[in-house]
Design a protein around this ligand. Structure first.
Ligand code: THU
Length: 133
């Protein structure tokens, strides 16, 4: 398993990969899977703004497309005053593969960390149980 510090470094390094010509707001993510595999992501914007993909979902979709379906932890980095809390859409996607026990570590621009469980950020999410699957 990676250390939290290693994941923080990977998430922070992804800030330089972000494609953000419209918002100028880079976000980086490092996602750890249950088997220890780590996938990174950055936000990728588009001239058709609504097509933007957040850093967290970039990492999540990379992981699932490589065969990982159980997420254990994500670190999210941004250069802002507040902590880089994941947006609602990303919370729903993380919930699909991480569930309420997934660890979410949000960094602020000073590199300070806020640590929460996904279930605190996203209670009562739609999941396979809700759907009866
Ligand atoms: N963004 C993320 O990458 N993750 C989030 O959880 C919140 C927002 C991106 C989308 C957009 O490129 C920029 O941050 C400003 O909203």
């Amino acid at each position: 398993m990676a250390t939290e510090q290693e994941l923080i470094e990977k998430a922070t390094a992804m800030l330089d990969m972000a494609y953000v010509p419209y918002s100028h707001f880079p976000v980086g993510a490092a996602l750890e899977c249950a088997d220890g595999a780590v996938y990174t992501g950055c936000n990728v914007e588009n001239a058709s703004y609504g097509l933007t993909n957040c850093a967290e979902r970039t990492a999540a979709f990379k992981a699932v497309s490589e065969g990982r379906r159980r997420f254990s932890r994500i670190v999210i980095a941004a250069r802002c005053e507040d902590y880089a809390w994941p947006c609602g859409a990303c919370r729903q996607v993380l919930n699909e593969f991480g569930g309420p026990e997934m660890d979410v570590v949000c960094l602020n621009g000073k590199g300070e960390a806020a640590r929460v469980k996904l279930g605190e950020l996203f209670p009562h999410g739609v999941d396979s149980v809700w759907l009866g699957k």
